[in-house]
Design a protein around this ligand. Sequence first.
Ligand SMILES: Cc1cc2nc3c(=O)[nH]c(=O)nc-3n(C[C@H](O)[C@H](O)[C@H](O)COP(=O)(O)OP(=O)(O)OC[C@H]3O[C@@H](n4cnc5c(N)ncnc54)[C@H](O)[C@@H]3O)c2cc1C
Length: 473
Amino acid sequence: MPDLNPTPLTVVGAGPAGIMAAYTAAEAGVEVTLIDDNPLPGGQYYRQSPPQFKFANPLDAQSGRVDAPQVLDKLPHPRIRTLYNMQVWGAFEQHTLALADQEHSFLLPTDRVILATGAYDRPLAFPGWTLPGILGAGAALRMVKTQWVLPGKRILLSGLGPLQLALADLLIKSGAEVVCVAEAADPLHGWQQLPKFWGHWDRLGEALGYTNTLRKHKVPLLFNHSIIKASGREHVEQVTIARLDVVGAPIPGTERQFDVDAVCLGYGLLPSFQLAVALGCGLRFDRRLSWFVPLHSERMETTQPGIFVAGDVTDISGSKVALLEGQVAGLTAACQLGFIRDTELEQRLAPVMAELSHLNRLAGALQAIYTFRPGLTRLAQDDTLLCRCEEVTYRQAKDAIAEGATDLNQVKLRTRAGMGYCQGRFCSVLAAPLIAEATHQSLADLQPFTVRPPIHPIPLSVLAAGAPAAVVK
Ligand SMILES: Cc1cc2nc3c(=O)[nH]c(=O)nc-3n(C[C@H](O)[C@H](O)[C@H](O)COP(=O)(O)OP(=O)(O)OC[C@H]3O[C@@H](n4cnc5c(N)ncnc54)[C@H](O)[C@@H]3O)c2cc1C
């Protein structure tokens, strides 16, 4: 595979964090390569509808975000080479990245790298969770906001966190009937966190607006409740929810059933850290998330010098934090490359850090209220699928553990869980609590699956094709 011309800075991910990182560094004088696997920049928050869609209000093409032009208009930029529809599928020696578009594959040597690869919907396994019609809340938001398609007509939302309210509001306003919002958080948890909401009036106003929509449409919002079962012949038709106890386990006798044709699961997001691991960056276990995140300094540098992270890949704190972290990473990388002096860096970072700490206070409060509780990992039955890509059941995973598997990789070798299309991004977080409980280990002591290329599936024909004659400049 021939090389692409390298630039001093490579940014992976053109969401809020990646755009700000690339733009900040480019404005300081750095030549940047910005890569994203979508046809247009914006990431999840500023996701753009396909250019073929025509809108009377141009904002509707940009997920309806009023601040979208402010961010998206930073591109194109004379010092930013953008590679869209381009996936980074691996990292090799000396931080060379492996890239692929629909037809060709390339190698890109790098110097400084900022990973702004975002996050994905956390899976929740319960009997029936793989039925068609059941999808992640993030995926549902994406479907409605950019494709203008509803996931169903009678929808139940179950999950943990404020994204559920935003989705319920959107679904109702788009014409769907929301039959119930089951919120797994315990409201009593929230009181101690209330002072941290002081000053965040816009966010409180937003939440109030969403709950008003629910009230107006008589949609029950049930705290301390979660989906526990779904059934249907070829599609989800009925779901059961139940009240949760202190550890998040369903309380027998509290079940309620709803007829639905779609379910949106919003149990939070998990950082897409696979590329960071492929580049040798260390992880830490985050107790509130109950999963791993890349280790990084205050200036967003990972344990690998010259490799930075920014945005949702660092932990899940929303788009405003992502924009600011992108700025911090972009400025620090520009300083390391000699485009900004140390003293200037300090001056420019100070206001950004102050704003970040203000926002992180709120993000911390939200994470404390919406902590993922262990009872939610015990809803599956023996015949429930644990790895939907390779169709491995909980029984098969338990058998592997009974035969001696004590970590994720050993379960993978015995069952093929984690070898499928998603490369273990979903089943790792489902299998880990099972292993931890059976082998009396703490979740924090387990390691995620070993990351191997390709971290995203690519056709063999693309690998074989190599790069085209005229390589992108
Ligand atoms: C599915 C989903 C929907 C969401 N919807 C909302 C919402 O409606 N409202 C809200 O307030 N918040 C939403 N969020 C959360 C919010 O969007 C994020 O907080 C914010 O977008 C984070 O910005 P980011 O730049 O860190 O990551 P993202 O915006 O996720 O951007 C990351 C980008 O990197 C790309 N990428 C990742 N890996 C690779 C790779 N290997 N090669 C090439 N490109 C790669 C991704 O395709 C993506 O475009 C959503 C999150 C998700 C996951």
